[in-house]
Design a protein around this ligand. Structure first.
Ligand code: ATP
Ligand code: MG
Length: 414
């Protein structure tokens, strides 16, 4: 992609009401546009990063047998009434509206009840089980506070997977596979070394649910870490977990963290509550064993932005960068332009996403944007670099640049 064609603009200013660092940087670097508090639009750069995160997640979900679907944003009241979760006293973040007929509808904040209701039409017998389906879907939540940028949106992208099973054992086995897949995802996103499987509230069948918490000062949660035993507990269940897991409270380290994922084993509770059953081998109607597994896709993007950014701007790991190479020509000398054009095609031919800053602006402006946008690799071509026999290469995370033949850069990044 050529910079002169890219729909976005970097900027030195941010909306006065934006206090979160991830949103400030993402707005300045031209990744997102703020519509209102907690509501952000994604421009091409932001969307490319989201798509990279999604494809890492998608591959892992497909790998454990998940099938992608797309559920609806409008939901009927009846589906949520059976579990009492239509009530505002039970779920306090609903956006609701009415059809012209006067009928109530809700805007999707979760799909747990709707998916079970839908599965009723497709899964009748133990022979149809297990089933695991997932989606990337915008969730709408009327959050009280939205001061964490894209880490807490009133509208945000979630990957949610749901599975139903004939037996407790089968659900537990799948639950463990999801847990392992999630850890693999966070590794690939570059945050694996600071992400902990955490005991949290909300388990139905098991006493606890498992959250995936990433150590991050901009997070809104508190984590208690037993580094020796490698056990993490969310503050909200601390006393319970200390007793249950036999932890020494005085040994726990309190850290700020962000919840980047949450998985639930509901046992048969939810299906039983909703009266959703399958016919088992013994011809008996039994409720499904049900699990629900979420990753906050946009939140994880915000966490990565927060964790790696420096005073010059964003810093993306290669795996999620919108482009891997920021290509800069200095001057418009014919030879320089021809060589830059060549580099542009060579890199792309090797499967490397390149953003060529072909604007007629000062080199300093191009370098500042390369840094602000957080593109992991910078390649500069000028008369001087050509005289020295190559291109100037610099990693975003390094202060040092070096002159190399183009072929060497292509080989290293391919
Ligand atoms: P929180 O405690 O942060 O409000 P939650 O426990 O209500 O989150 P879940 O229902 O478990 O959220 O949703 C699954 C995942 O979606 C969370 O682990 C988190 O990563 C993400 N998420 C939840 N709420 C938001 C939000 N308002 N903005 C962005 N991501 C969110
Ligand atoms: Mg949660």
């Amino acid at each position: 992609m050529k910079r002169t064609k890219l729909f976005t603009k970097t900027s030195k200013t941010v909306p006065a009401d934006e206090t979160s660092r991830n949103a400030q940087l993402l707005i300045r670097a031209g990744y997102v546009h703020k519509e209102m508090a907690g509501v952000y639009a994604y421009l091409p750069l932001g969307l490319r990063t989201l798509e990279k995160i999604k494809s890492i997640i998608r591959k892992e979900m497909d790998g454990i047998g998940g099938q992608e679907i797309s559920m609806t944003s409008l939901q009927p009241k009846a589906v949520w009434q059976t579990t009492r979760r239509w009530d505002d006293d039970v779920v306090d973040i609903w956006f609701k509206s009415k059809l012209q007929s006067g009928e109530d509808v809700g805007f999707a904040w979760s799909h747990e009840e709707p998916i079970l209701s839908m599965l009723r039409d497709y899964v009748h017998s133990y022979k149809d089980l297990p089933v695991a389906v997932y989606q990337f879907q915008t969730k709408l939540r009327n959050e009280l506070r939205a001061k964490s940028g894209i880490m807490r949106g009133r509208e945000f992208l979630m990957k949610d997977m749901y599975s139903v099973h004939a037996t407790k054992r089968d659900l537990q086995k799948f639950y463990d596979e999801v847990k392992a897949a999630y850890l693999h995802i966070y590794d690939q996103l570059g945050i694996g070394d600071r992400t902990y499987v955490t005991f949290a509230a909300g388990g139905a069948f098991t006493k606890f649910s498992h959250e995936f918490q990433t150590l991050c000062d901009a997070g809104e949660d508190w984590l208690y870490l037993d580094r020796e035993k490698n056990i993490a507990v969310n503050e909200e269940v601390l006393d319970d977990a200390v007793t249950e897991l036999g932890l020494d409270k005085s040994k726990l380290e309190k850290c700020r963290s962000a919840e980047v994922g949450n998985i639930f084993n509901f046992g048969t509770d939810k299906a039983a509550q909703m009266g959703i059953t399958f016919t088992d081998r013994d011809n008996q109607a039994k409720p499904f064993w049900f699990g629900s597994y979420g990753i906050g896709v946009t939140r994880v993007m915000g966490v990565i932005a927060e964790l790696f950014a420096d005073d010059k701007g964003l810093v993306w790991p290669d795996s999620v960068a919108p482009f891997r190479v920021y290509l800069v020509n200095i001057g418009t000398d014919e030879m320089v332009l021809a060589e830059t054009e060549k580099a542009y095609y060579e890199l792309q031919k090797a499967g490397i996403d390149v953003l060529w800053d072909d604007r007629d602006v000062r080199p300093g402006e191009k370098f500042a944007d390369a840094d602000l946008m957080g593109i992991p690799h910078r390649v500069v071509i000028s008369q001087k670099t050509l005289e020295k026999g190559g291109v100037e290469y610099k990693a975003r995370t390094s202060g040092e640049s070096e002159i190399k033949p183009l072929a060497e850069v292509v080989k290293a990044l391919a």
